[in-house]
Design a binder for this molecule. Structure first.
Ligand SMILES: Nc1nc2c(ncn2[C@@H]2O[C@H](COP(=O)(O)OP(=O)(O)OP(=O)(O)O)[C@@H](O)[C@H]2O)c(=O)[nH]1
Ligand SMILES: [Mg+2]
Length: 402
């Protein structure tokens, strides 16, 4: 059973020409509302249903500018105000650090109405939000201010993620719904088999975070989590009264586990689930096959994103370089970027970036670290997906969670 979805209504408000329709179009990935340099372009509310990362199904509602003039203008602004009654959450679009009486009124009415909201400071390509603007809005309305660029050329993935995270941050937890790690992969009552190595790299007396998160997720979804070491997999499969609906393994065990699990049972890795959950999964999907295109002398950057996990350190510094050299069969230059150290100045010199599972950093941190490489056209992947690829089970490990 999936957790209950709550369809959210998100109103987009602001003065004329602030870029409300541009914001909606960018998020929707299509032209749902007319954009023009002429103030007052949007007259009637425009609704667009879409999926927002981390939030689920939403209906975005583009509105007419709240500063519209004349009799018609007043009718339009009245309509915009009516929309306020429909929505769960609002986005206030403003520009140029201009907090006029219109923005003040809007924000005050949301506060009074108990509607959570945040401010998109749009046209940040021209002018960014100042510290004073942020402090004023935070102090008076407890709302975050986010710089934004809604031009059609802006990166839609970044925009969707930014808005998704901002919505999650302002929504009360009763409304916000975190997606499930196992979304769409299991149903209530299913058995999920989790294969977890307990070797010298396993943390003393504990399990690593992705394993713990997955167990929790199985429980949230009313499933049966069976946690075994690789040595107990065969015995479990023989004795189980019904086969697992899904097997999730540590990526280092892919090679051996894949032979034990019948092809009829979906098999994937903890780090692949995590990539789908908070990584740049689409980019990883595109980037992983670049491993096969590596040539002699190509530079590969392995990015660690934590400092204290022995397991990850060994995978990134020893296992992946070894596997990679063996898989490619010719010399490569492999560099390690430890912890959260600054990114190299020159990112375009790399032919591939292999990012760790990123279990210890937030989705935003992860995204920000990968962004320069993505912008420079460097393929990116992560530890688990790269390992699956080099062990020849990538298609199987990825196919079942697409
Ligand atoms: N430089 C810059 N221009 C932007 C940005 N976003 C929107 N614009 C431009 O601002 C103008 C107004 O954009 P719209 O999206 O139509 O603004 P709106 O708030 O919907 O306007 P109304 O129809 O009056 O409600 C257009 O010329 C857009 O191209 C941005 O981030 N940067
Ligand atoms: Mg508009």
């Amino acid at each position: 059973m999936k957790s209950e979805k709550h369809h959210l209504y998100v109103g987009v408000f602001g003065r004329r020409n602030a870029g409300k329709s541009s914001v909606v179009n960018l998020l929707a990935g299509q032209d749902v509302a007319i954009v023009s340099a002429m103030p007052g372009t949007t007259t009637d509310p425009v609704r667009k249903r879409m999926e927002l990362f981390g939030v689920g199904a939403v209906t975005l509602i583009d509105t007419a500018g709240v500063d519209d003039e004349g009799v018609l203008g007043q009718l339009r602004t009245a309509k915009s105000r009516q929309i306020v009654e429909e929505i769960d959450v609002a986005i206030v679009v403003m520009t140029d650090n201009r907090i006029s009486v219109f923005e003040e009124r809007l924000m005050a009415s949301f506060r009074e109405g108990g509607i959570p909201f945040f401010v998109l400071h749009n046209k940040a390509d021209r002018e960014k939000a100042t510290a004073e603007t942020r402090a004023l809005i935070m102090g008076k309305y407890a709302a975050p201010v986010i710089d934004f660029v809604a031009l059609p050329a802006a990166d839609r993935d970044v925009a969707v993620r930014t808005v998704g995270e901002a919505l999650q941050a302002v929504l009360p937890s009763s409304v916000a719904r975190r997606p499930s790690l196992l979304e769409g992969l299991m149903q209530a009552g299913d058995i999920v088999l989790l294969v977890t190595p307990i070797d010298s790299e396993a943390p003393e007396g504990r399990l690593i975070l992705p394993q713990v998160q997955t167990i929790r997720d199985v429980l949230d979804n009313h499933g049966v989590a069976v946690v075994v070491r690789e040595t107990e997999v065969a015995a479990f499969l023989q004795s189980a009264s019904k086969p697992p609906a899904l097997v999730v393994t540590d990526s280092q065990l892919f090679g051996s586990i894949e032979k034990m699990i019948p092809r009829s049972i979906p098999l994937t890795g903890f780090s692949i689930l995590l990539a789908r959950y908070k990584g740049d999964f689409e980019r990883y999907l595109k980037g992983t096959p670049a491993i096969s295109r590596l040539r002699t002398g190509d530079r590969v950057l392995i990015m660690e994103s934590c400092t204290h996990q022995n397991t990850c350190e060994d995978i990134g510094r020893v296992k992946i370089p070894t596997l990679l050299r063996k898989f490619i069969g010719h010399p490569l230059e492999i560099e390690i970027l430890p912890g959260l150290s600054p990114l190299p100045d020159e990112v375009s010199v790399y032919s591939l970036v292999i990012q760790c599972g990123a279990c210890m950093i937030t989705a935003r941190q992860l995204h920000n670290r990968l962004r320069p490489f993505i912008a420079a056209g460097v393929p990116v992947t992560n530890y688990g997906m790269a390992i699956a690829y080099m062990q020849g089970i990538y298609d199987r490990a990825v196919a079942c969670i697409l």
